[in-house]
Structures are given as structure tokens and as C-alpha cells.
Design a protein around this ligand. Structure first.
Ligand code: ASP
Length: 354
């Protein structure tokens, strides 16, 4: 009664409508960009992941399998491409970056989820981490088991990834790999197991946070430059340079180095033994490559720990890759070379800052 006296019915209607508008404006929009992989695959049996084909489901079909996800956010889904991640290329990465940058300008969009095959997922994630120009969360997610297998992990991984993309706490922390309830930074997160569900880990550093039954919880944040604080603007780059990773092992020859330089490599990353070590023959081949203007970054095949500049590296002109895994150092070097930053001091700065 009292309410009616204060608000005649037409005013009450307007008030109700505005509240409804406010409530729907508060529901975040999460943009989903599907790229394929096991998370979008179908198996021939419900048991295995041996007989399956990646990229069989469209992303909207996956979302329909998990109706609960629609309660978390307004989902705007697009099947950007539908490939297995071994076929991923820098050209696809560039297209994703352009899409994310454009949609991130919309105030209703709170974040992004990219579905991806797990094999090269961490490379895409790190490329985006270094190049998207937004503080809105970008979450890259995959699955270890096909969507038709028993105990498929994809649906829960996807549900959790949407929660992270919609979470205000995820802002400003760069790009994430979110699987098995764990939120890893794109810089360190890496696939550590061929088949186990707990595949993605950050080794020495641990994950940034978790998605538990009570939601998203961050425990720490990355401190290196990324996303909106990165200097890498790829809008004018039409071709990405060839960068090769060269493994070292006992008695390795320099032939692979000589070959890839001859084939047009514009930069090399050594996946060295120990703290970035190479055989004497490789050392000579690297020196020759550097004298031809091909920069060389030293990283470690051990999978953890930092590579720091040794006197041998100083003498030959090799740059230490810090704790970046070889395939991640390759992406940072690719962006540096594509931006014309090949000078040794400049590369040292870049590998210190990212
Ligand atoms: N072969 C798959 C891919 O990387 C593996 C996966 O998605 O887990 O596309």
C-alpha cells in the first residue's frame, strides 16, 4: 500500500524495468572463439582417446552439452577455425589477436575463452599473452580426453574457463591456461603429460589460482610484461619470420644449424642440455649463424630453471633465454625479430622483461 502511494503504478513499472535492465547489464558477456582440438572431438568408442578425430564438434554443440554454462555469462560463440593444434600457425594467431583486440573494446565484454588442441596450446597462449592489447582475461582451454569418452574432462574445463573469463579478479593478469581446475599463466604453463588429465603445470612456479566449487580464487599474479603492457603490436606485421629450435645432445653436429640458416631461418633457439649447453660443433655453427645476423637464444631442455649468460655465450654472442621453455623462447624471439629488434642488447632487455 505504502509503496503504491509513493509510486503510482506507471512509475513503479518504470522502476521495475530499469532494475531488470540493470540486472541484465550486470551479466558479463564472454566471447568464445573455437579453434578445434580434442575438446571438440568425437571418439569411435566411449572408452579411448586413440580412435578419435579432433575438431568434429562445432563450438555451439559443445556449449549445448553443458547447459549450466549459460547461467555464468552471456556467451557469444564463434567457430573461428576447427583444426588440430599441430596445424596451428602464426597467421591463425594473428587473426585471433585481431578479433580479441576488436571485441575487447566493447564495454559489455568481460573476457574471452579460446578452445584449443592441447599439443601446441601453450604456444598460442603465450603468443596471445605477448600481443593482445587488453587487460580483460583471455583463457585458453582444451581437453585431454575426447568429448565422447568416459569421464571426459572438456566440459568441466570449459565451464571453469568461462568462470575465469567472467571473473573481475582475472583482469590485468594476462592470458591463462585453465584446465583440471588450475589456472596457469600462459608464460609458464606447459603440457607435462601425454594422456593424464593433470597435464598442464607451471613446474617450479606453480599455478596462479584455482577454480574450486565455490568459484575462482587467485593466489598470485604474473610480474613480467604482458598483454596491455607489452610493446608488441602485430597489426602491421604481415609475415612472421622463421625461427627454429635446435636440440642439443651428446656429440651433436652443427649440421642442423647450418641447414636451417641456409633454409632461411631468421633466428634460432637452442634447447640446450643443462643450463643452455651445446656441443663444441654446435657452438661453432651458432657463432657462424650470429656472424650472418641470425640471433641465437639459449634455453634449456631440462624443463625448469633459468639459463643465465655464461662467458661462452658472451664470447659467441648468444643471448640467455632466462626460464622460458625453448618453444616459448621461440615465440618471444619471433615477435622481437618481426619487430626489427635483433640487436643483442635489445634482445637481452626483451628476455629480461617478458
Ligand atoms: N591432437 C590434439 C591437438 O592438439 C590433442 C588435444 O587436443 O589434446 O589438437
Amino acid at each position: 500500500m505504502r509503496f503504491k502511494k509513493l509510486f503510482p503504478s506507471s512509475l513503479a513499472l518504470v522502476a521495475t524495468l530499469s532494475l531488470a535492465a540493470l540486472a541484465s547489464a550486470a551479466v558479463p558477456t564472454v566471447v568464445i572463439l573455437g579453434t578445434g582440438g580434442t575438446i571438440q572431438s568425437k571418439g569411435d568408442t566411449r572408452m579411448t582417446r586413440y580412435d578419435y578425430r579432433a575438431g568434429r564438434f562445432d563450438i555451439t554443440e559443445i556449449i549445448d552439452l553443458i547447459p549450466q554454462v549459460k547461467d555464468l555469462a552471456n556467451l557469444e560463440a564463434e567457430q573461428y577455425t576447427n583444426i588440430g593444434s599441430p596445424s596451428m600457425t602464426p597467421e591463425v594467431w594473428k587473426g585471433l589477436v585481431e578479433k580479441i583486440n576488436e571485441k575487447a573494446l566493447r564495454s559489455d565484454v568481460s573476457g574471452f575463452v579460446i578452445t584449443h588442441g592441447t599439443n601446441t596450446l601453450e604456444e598460442t597462449a603465450f603468443f596471445l599473452h605477448l600481443t593482445v592489447q587488453t587487460d580483460k582475461p583471455v583463457v585458453v582451454v582444451g581437453a585431454q580426453r575426447p568429448s565422447t569418452s568416459i569421464s571426459a574432462d572438456g566440459p568441466m574445463n570449459f565451464y571453469n574457463a568461462v568462470q575465469v573469463a567472467a571473473s573481475p579478479d582475472a583482469r590485468g593478469k594476462g592470458v591463462f591456461i585453465c584446465m583440471n581446475q588450475q589456472i596457469n599463466s600462459a608464460r609458464e604453463g606447459t603440457k607435462t603429460s601425454a594422456y593424464k588429465v593433470e597435464a598442464f603445470q607451471s613446474r617450479d612456479l606453480g599455478f596462479l589460482g584455482v577454480v574450486d566449487p565455490d568459484g575462482v580464487h587467485f593466489l598470485r599474479a604474473p610480474v613480467r610484461r604482458h598483454t596491455y603492457l607489452s610493446e608488441f603490436d602485430i597489426s602491421d606485421i604481415s609475415e612472421f619470420p622463421r625461427i627454429d629450435v635446435i636440440p642439443s645432445f651428446a656429440d651433436a653436429s652443427g649440421d642442423i644449424v647450418d641447414f636451417v640458416v641456409g633454409a632461411g631461418a631468421k633466428g634460432l633457439v637452442l634447447a640446450g642440455h643443462g643450463a643452455g649447453g651445446a656441443s663444441p660443433a654446435q657452438g661453432d655453427a651458432f657463432k657462424a649463424a650470429i656472424s650472418k645476423g641470425v640471433p641465437v637464444i639459449a634455453s634449456s631442455r631440462t624443463g625448469s630453471g633459468r639459463v643465465i649468460e655464461s662467458s661462452r655465450m658472451t664470447e659467441s654472442g648468444i643471448v640467455a633465454g632466462d626460464n622460458l621453455l625453448p618453444h616459448k623462447a621461440r615465440i618471444l624471439l619471433m615477435l622481437a625479430v618481426a619487430s626489427g629488434k635483433t640487436d643483442r642488447e635489445e634482445l637481452k632487455r626483451i628476455f629480461d622483461q617478458y
